[in-house]
Write a protein that binds this ligand. Structure first.
Ligand code: XMP
Length: 539
């Protein structure tokens, strides 16, 4: 879930001062992004091998790379041809840093082309699965089979390695699919080791990291926790910190990290807008206040939000009303805290590494999450941001959450929109009565999905309550009741999604429970729309 406080406070935050605890992992691999679709994945896979890795734009100043003292550099793939006029070039000084360089796909072609090998433009590319024949495993491919499958995605092809380089392998359409020069510590592979369709990919990456770069497995949830705690302490000192908790995994993990670092200097504010799912509010309070003993201000603001939603049916108007009220409540609470315990100077925000990358890379560009549905805080509320998740991918955030003892239910919670159930009462006003009905229906769906062991497999699963009534017959009586829509999707990033093929038995149980237990419901339907053309939410 997007942390409502984080999003609420996001816009215009560029005007505020931002000091971020930069990761100080002892060993780092820099991945230079040449625009490939898998570039982020390379960094994630390197981290899966236990080595910290950052994705930087290919044109980052050399000093930025040197500052990180990387153990190795990986050049990613990319859409360009080395012969294109605007092809991203190779900065030859990279090869003089004294650290191994591995080029993947375009990265390899760039190395080969620049160092005097032969890359040719091809009419037909090589896309998808391909057979790799290893003629000389060298250092990079040692220990992998002579014949293996790999994943290719390129048009230009390498025909000859640069002078002094060994050709290690060929594939169906690539005479030279892997090269190395151990003396210069330059390596190249045409295929993508980072995708699952290259079965030995992770092993090859591991070889590069351990045998070539000499990295150890030192990046783990435990080491992240340790390092972030150090960073937060250094940043915050004796200052007081405020955090908007939403119950989502990002704000929860960020809050726990900060609490572990500075204890009761942190106060969390949880605004219950009455648009959460059943029992969610209590769960947040129980977890943070009761189990973790985090100072928590829980504000029951349901009535205020319902008043603002009265008479509002248009989706964007709902979002705006909720966003504006959220800021008002948060501001009031922040104001009270400032009065009570000295102004909170710091604000925790659950910015993730993917947000940092998407907003221009980790090189100091504006990196604040923003969401269209909320406005900014007034100028007189000034905070310095604490962003302990800034270097982490979502799966690492979950691992850190588990490491910190966050209950599994919170660690694995599906994303939930900031405006909550209000945008799932569609085509009409989000009244208390409708929200309550939707909440009960949703509870039944979640319970059955969990029972079937499918919760984690789904990106999101929820119910929608359209403002429609249909005729039915229940107990010999004609009814005119509500329709509940079941929406369940699989996805990796919410950019695209497929409707989930839920088992018929599960659907049957859910439907009959809804119609049996919820008097107002007389019809249950299933949404089988993918994204695109649909969106995940209905509004
Ligand atoms: P759509 O419906 O556009 O949603 O396919 C993509 C993802 O974003 C979530 N979503 C929101 N999250 N505030 C949020 O914090 C919103 O207004 C909002 N609208 C959609 C949605 O649940 C899905 O995960």
């Amino acid at each position: 879930m997007t942390n409502p406080a984080a999003t609420a406070l996001a816009p215009e935050v560029g005007q505020r001062e931002r000091i971020t605890p930069a990761p100080t992992a002892a060993q780092e691999i820099v991945v230079l992004d040449y625009g490939g679709q898998y570039s982020q994945l390379i960094a994630r896979r390197v981290r899966d091998c236990g080595v910290f890795s950052e994705l930087l734009p290919h044109h980052v100043p050399l000093a930025e790379i040197e500052r990180r003292k990387p153990r190795g550099i990986i050049l990613s793939g990319g859409p360009a041809s080395v012969y294109a006029q605007d092809a991203p070039p190779l900065d030859l000084r990279l090869l003089e840093l004294g650290v191994p360089v591995l080029g993947i796909c375009y990265g390899m072609q760039l190395l080969v082309h620049t160092l005097g090998g032969r890359v040719e433009q091809a009419e037909v590319g090589e896309f998808g699965r391909s057979e790799l024949n290893v003629s000389d495993p060298g250092v990079l491919l040692a220990g992998t089979p002579r014949e293996q499958t790999c994943w290719m995605s390129h048009r230009d092809t390498v025909f000859e390695p640069p002078p002094g380089f060994a050709a290690l392998a060929s594939s169906t359409a690539s005479p030279v699919a892997a090269v190395e020069h151990t003396g210069r510590e330059v390596y190249g592979i045409q295929f993508h080791p980072e995708v699952v369709h290259t079965p030995y990919g992770q092993q090859i990456l591991t070889r590069f990291l351990s045998e070539v770069c000499g990295c150890e497995r030192s990046w783990s949830a435990a080491s992240i926790v340790e390092e972030q705690i150090r960073g937060i302490r250094a940043q915050v000192g004796e200052g007081s910190v405020i955090c908007g908790l939403s119950g989502g995994v990002d704000s929860s993990v960020a809050a726990l990290l900060v609490h572990k670092a500075v204890g009761d200097q942190l106060t969390c504010v949880f605004v219950d807008h009455g648009l959460m799912r059943k029992d969610e509010g209590e769960q947040v309070v129980r977890t943070f206040r009761d189990s973790f003993k985090v100072p928590l201000v829980a504000v029951d603001a349901e009535t205020r939000f319902l008043e603002k939603l009265a008479g509002v049916s248009e989706p964007e108007a709902k979002r705006k009303a909720i966003g504006a009220e959220f800021i008002r409540v948060f501001e009031e609470e922040a104001g009270k805290l400032a009065g009570a315990a000295g102004a909170a100077r710091f604000l925790v925000q659950g910015t993730l590494y993917s947000d940092v990358i998407e907003s221009g890379g980790g090189t100091g560009a504006a990196t604040i999450k923003s969401h269209h549905n909320v406005g900014g805080l007034p100028e007189d509320l000034r905070f310095e941001l604490v962003e302990p998740l800034r270097a982490l991918f979502k799966d690492e955030v979950r691992a850190v959450g588990a490491e910190l003892g966050l209950p599994e239910r919170l660690v694995w919670r599906q994303p939930f929109p900031g405006p909550g159930l209000a945008i799932r009462v569609v085509g009409g006003e989000a009244t208390k009565e409708r929200l309550d009905l939707l909440r009960e229906a949703d509870y039944i769906l979640q319970e059955e999905i969990r029972k079937a062991g499918l919760y984690r497999e789904l990106w999101q699963s929820f119910c929608v309550l359209p403002d429609v009534r249909t005729v039915g017959v229940q107990g010999d009586e004609r009814t005119y009741g509500h329709v509940v829509v079941i929406r369940a999707v699989t996805s990796d990033d919410a950019m695209t999604a497929d409707w989930a093929r839920l088992p018929y038995e599960l659907l049957e149980t859910v439907a009959s429970r809804m119609m049996g237990e919820l008097r107002e419901v007389n019809r249950v339907v299933l949404d089988i729309t993918s994204k695109p053309p649909g969106t995940i939410e209905w509004e």
